[in-house]
Design a protein around this ligand. Structure first.
Ligand code: GLU
Length: 518
């Protein structure tokens, strides 16, 4: 029996195992899943969703969630990216059981620290003649690739070095050529990926080129390192984006060649923007860090991400993290692409903001106010007043940062009245009378609280025989500078007597000036 026939048989056995794997492993073995980012940039929404699904799956089955940093592409990996990925995951609450900073029994968890593992595995493959040294230079490969495309042939590696004799290899080495190590892919038969979400996906082996396992610089490629590590870390389920589906047959062939158990696979659907194109910068914020900066809560992001490809009953949208852990299964993950809808995420964020206690909301708003320069420390303004403001805006904001536009007038010594509001509201002939009466009434209040402010101002419509709206709108514009503000009486209480009266006075002057100017 040649080695590929043997492979095929073992492939079927493994395939059968992995097909029933998901259930068998769940019942008999501890579930071990991993999130394995390449630290070449920030943590994107897609990566965060992959991390979340892995995390939920691990929690649901009482298993382990592992974070592995795939940094073998040295030219593109950075320390900053590792830091940011770690901090974004922590901010989301997706803590890992094993990984950087949390050593477990299968570390290290950073691929550049695991080179001996790959060295051992590649030796095995070379010895079994399932891998070979390839001496083709990048220029030669590129030239042949172009020629193949021109002749309408497949541009993949043509297998030139697969049949080199030892003598030919030695000659190349004498020439000083560097070599990469390629996998000798079977040239016939098929490899079937049994995917928990998609069922069996068949790949003809003829379409798989002899891919590189170890680059000329001695570092392993993703496909090779991922297989060695997934096996070494006893990963039971590989849950990752659909963009990796075409890598999976290569990885299965490697598991077989190395005689390693094949994990179960689940490839998650694509995430598209509202225009049906893959989610990208064009669609707005795409990184977790940007969402954090823009005033989103981790609970809302997690809830929203959970629904990007998974649903429980097609109608429930709000899930606490405990609900998600209890309800999440891969069987309910869809094959179809998910559409990222910013409006829905904002709505959801608003829902979570409304659920916060006022104290918690105030804590979250303080750094936003401080960053905007409204005050240096909370005691400068008064923590109780800050809590009152937080309570006033809680129902009205969808993102924490919405608070800036809605509350800036509380913190400014002097406000500018929005010219549109002035034009519309401070022009009416009765405005001066209204502002004057309001000012007189407010002056008389001793205990300047919402209740007394309300009683004082509510008496004006009847007294002046003017509709309530025509009373409250000029007062609002006078004290906040805006047509839309938090509830008026509470706002006036927070502003305090002195500031309120001063602002009314300035608005009176501005109105007089306008009238004077015609
Ligand atoms: N490092 C790969 C990536 O970031 C991981 C893919 C996988 O989960 O196998 O896309």
């Amino acid at each position: 029996m040649d080695k590929y026939t043997k492979n095929k048989i073992s492939s079927f056995c493994c395939l059968f195992c992995s097909y029933i794997n998901s259930k068998v492993i769940i019942l008999e073995k501890e579930v071990r899943v991993r999130f394995a980012p390449s630290p070449t940039g920030v943590l994107h929404i897609g990566g965060a969703r992959t991390a979340l699904y892995n995390w939920l799956f691990a929690k649901h089955y009482g298993g382990k969630f592992i974070l592995r940093i795939e940094d073998t592409d040295r030219s593109r990996s950075t320390e900053e990216a590792i830091k940011e990925i770690n901090s974004s995951l922590k901010w989301l609450g997706l803590d890992w059981d094993e990984g950087p900073e949390i050593e477990g029994s299968y570390g290290p968890y950073r691929q550049t620290e695991r080179l001996p593992f790959y060295g051992g595995a590649v030796e095995k493959l070379l010895e079994a003649k399932m891998a070979y040294r390839c001496y083709c230079s990048p220029e030669e490969l590129e030239e042949r690739r172009k020629a193949a495309l021109k002749d309408g042939r497949s541009p993949g590696y043509d297998g030139r070095c697969r049949k080199l004799t030892e003598k030919e290899q030695k000659n190349y080495e004498k020439e000083g050529r560097k070599y990469a190590i390629r996998f000798a892919c079977p040239k016939e038969g098929e490899t079937i990926v049994s995917d928990i979400i998609r069922g069996g996906v068949v790949f003809q082996n003829t379409v798989l080129e002899d891919f590189i396992l170890v680059r000329a610089n001695g570092l392993p490629t993703y496909n090779f390192a991922a297989v060695v590590d997934d096996a070494a870390m006893k990963i039971t389920h590989v849950i990752r984006g659909i963009d990796h589906l075409s890598n999976t047959p290569k990885q299965i062939l490697l598991y077989e060649a190395l005689g390693l158990p094949i994990p179960a696979f689940a490839h998650l659907p694509m995430i598209l923007g509202s225009d049906g194109k893959p989610l990208s910068k064009r669609h707005g914020a795409t990184s977790v860090e940007e969402y954090k900066k823009n005033g989103y809560l981790p609970e809302a992001i997690l809830n929203y991400l959970a629904l990007l490809g998974w649903s429980y009953d097609e109608k429930t949208t709000l899930f606490s993290i405990e609900d998600l852990i209890e309800k999440f299964t891969l069987e309910k993950v869809s094959k179809n692409s998910a559409i990222f809808d910013n409006v829905k995420l904002q709505w959801m964020n608003g829902c979570y903001i409304r659920e916060l206690s006022v104290d918690k909301l105030t804590d979250l708003l303080i750094p936003i106010w401080v960053d905007a320069g409204f005050f240096a420390k909370p005691s400068d303004f008064g923590i109780e007043k800050l809590k009152m403001i937080a309570a006033l805006v809680q129902e009205r904001i969808k993102c924490l940062t919405d608070v800036l536009e809605l509350t800036d007038f509380f913190f400014k010594e002097e406000i500018e009245i929005d010219p549109k509001a002035a034009d519309k509201v401070l022009r009416k002939s009765e405005v001066l009378r209204v502002l004057e009466t309001a000012s007189d009434k407010l002056k008389e209040i001793e205990k300047f609280d919402t209740e007394n402010v309300e009683t004082a101002l509510r008496s004006i419509p009847e007294e002046l025989d003017i509709k309530a709206k025509l009373i409250f709108q000029p007062i609002r514009v006078a004290v906040t500078g805006k047509m839309v503000s938090p509830p008026l009486f509470e706002t006036i209480e927070v502003l305090g007597k002195e500031k309120t009266l001063k602002r009314i006075e300035l608005a009176q002057e501005a109105t007089e000036e306008r009238e004077g100017n015609g």
